[in-house]
Design a protein around this ligand. Structure first.
Ligand SMILES: [Ca+2]
Ligand SMILES: [Ca+2]
Length: 486
């Protein structure tokens, strides 16, 4: 097949490059260094670098929700689900709202984190959170839990709609043990969640989330990093909590604050809905955070010492017409950080910017760190995926781009004719992307444009396709699908 020959050509080129760099090593690095390597997909992005690339093969190239072709199972969610599933330890975890009331003792509008069995989609347990009294200013009605959880060593971490970072036991109470230090759960049945610790970002660091706290945690060593979502109030002028940090590091064992940084101060354009990323860049373990003033910042992961900062907007841009915020997640590949800017989907379409940033630089690297700048993109909230020298990204106007990751040269653009909130996944020689019309397009993983298939999921797709154990997991607004080639 044509796509395979292109793929092999790229592989050969990559091996050759690796041999040169490694000074004669005969063992090439794995093609997709970002694959978790376990068959699981335990966090947003799969790995802390957030590059959504998998080595998995045998993934479905087509399916049909109506006939059930290649649909392994379907689980019912609430009515809105903005986070993404993660898969670990034989379970699938996802945030949603409480419009599917599973427990009459927990009624009304709530954020919900649900756990399902990976093999057959059976519901296992849930944690629910009532809404903040401030209402839409901090906790928009019916938006549910929008954080993608992270699972590590039997513990699950996420941010609730109340701006609380939680650590849960993935077994819930099904193991007949109440794990602590927190042991005061009111509900301890087999369908209830077992909380280990929680960290309230409103109480502890004064965060004032704009509309919704949503950050998806990332962990490195003993530290968990999360954005506070601190932002403006409903006036869209006032910043009630200008001294609250943008990013915090919490001890993943104790749930105690280790470091915080507030470089943004009172310059928040709107909200802070990006999510941090971790990777080793030029020998330094960095956490990279895209923040509410439209700047991307890199920190020494252990200490929070700020290493560099990069303005993602042209200096003459003006909020909100041309100056953008950062909602996408930064992706680390080698020494580079890739990210595009955009705006809250409620603001509609506009011009965007996509960058490759040299994260070995220090200080204000807006000038010195811009390896390339792609301007032929609309506002985007989509996180890039980089594989075999190709970079994929969609924008909110529905244009799906493939660029040369090295140079920023555009190879192709495909119009999906719908708004895109989701991010591309590269796996098995294919690139998967869902859109607001509920369509999932599969493109060939190639610098030559080729549409392989397009399927409709029966409801808007805001989430990203997730691969685990030869199966794809994907949610529309109210259902979670497991899709596998039979
Ligand atoms: Ca337990
Ligand atoms: Ca407990």
């Amino acid at each position: 097949m044509h796509t395979h020959s292109v793929g092999r050509g790229l592989f050969a080129a990559l091996v050759a490059a690796t041999l040169v760099v490694a000074g004669g090593s005969l063992i090439p690095e794995r093609l997709a260094a970002s694959d978790p390597g376990t068959g699981d997909w335990p966090m947003w992005g799969g790995t802390p670098d957030r590059n959504m690339v998998s080595d998995m093969t045998g993934l479905p190239a087509e399916w049909d929700v109506e006939s059930g072709m290649n649909i392994k199972w379907v689980a019912e969610l609430g009515s809105q689900s903005y986070g993404n599933p993660v898969v670990s330890d034989g379970m699938v975890f996802i945030g949603t709202n409480n419009e599917l009331v599973r427990d009459p003792k927990q009624p009304g509008d709530r954020g919900v984190l649900m756990a399902f069995r990976e093999s057959d989609g059976e519901f296992l347990w849930q944690q629910t959170h009532t809404k903040l009294e401030a209402g839409r200013a901090n906790d928009w009605p019916f938006q549910g839990v929008a954080s993608s959880p992270l699972v590590e060593n039997g513990r699950l971490y996420y941010t609730s709609n109340r701006g609380v970072v939680l650590c849960l036991d993935i077994q819930g109470f099904r193991d007949n043990e109440n794990d602590g230090p927190f042991t005061d759960e009111e509900l301890t049945g087999q369908f209830d969640a077992d909380v280990i610790w929680s960290f309230d970002m409103l109480e502890e660091v004064g965060a004032y989330p704009h509309n919704l706290a949503n950050s998806s945690p990332v962990i490195s060593g003993d530290l968990l990093y999360v954005s506070t979502s601190n932002g403006q109030d409903e006036s869209h002028v006032n910043i009630p909590s200008p001294r609250a940090p943008s990013i915090i590091a919490i001890d993943k064992v104790t749930g105690e604050l280790v470091w915080e940084d507030n470089s943004v101060e009172d310059r928040i354009l709107h909200g802070q809905w990006s999510t941090p990323t971790v990777g080793t860049i030029d020998g330094v373990l960095q956490v990279v955070s895209a923040q509410g003033d439209g700047w991307v910042r890199g920190y020494e992961a252990d200490t929070g010492n700020k290493l560099w900062e990069f303005d993602s907007n042209p200096k003459d841009s003006v909020w909100p017409r041309t100056r953008n915020e950062l909602i996408a997640t930064p992706v680390i590949v080698g020494d580079r950080v890739y990210i595009a800017n955009g705006q809250d989907p409620e603001h509609g379409e506009g011009t965007g910017h996509l960058y490759a940033i040299d994260a070995t630089k220090r200080g204000d690297i807006t000038e010195t760190g811009a390896i390339w700048h792609f301007e032929d993109i609309r506002r985007s909230i989509s996180t890039v995926a980089v594989a075999d020298g190709l970079l994929y990204i969609a924008d909110f106007s529905g244009y799906f781009h493939c660029l040369d990751a090295q140079t920023g040269e555009l190879y192709w653009t495909h119009d999906v004719f719908a708004a895109v909130w989701a991010s591309p996944l590269v796996a098995d020689g294919k690139v998967y992307l869902g859109d607001e019309d509920g369509d999932v397009v599969i493109m060939a993983h190639s610098k030559e444009k080729q549409v392989l298939a397009e399927m409709n999921m029966g409801g808007a797709v805001y989430g990203t396709v997730v691969p685990a154990h030869d199966t794809l997991f994907l949610n529309n607004r109210n259902q979670l699908f497991a899709i596998a080639a039979r």
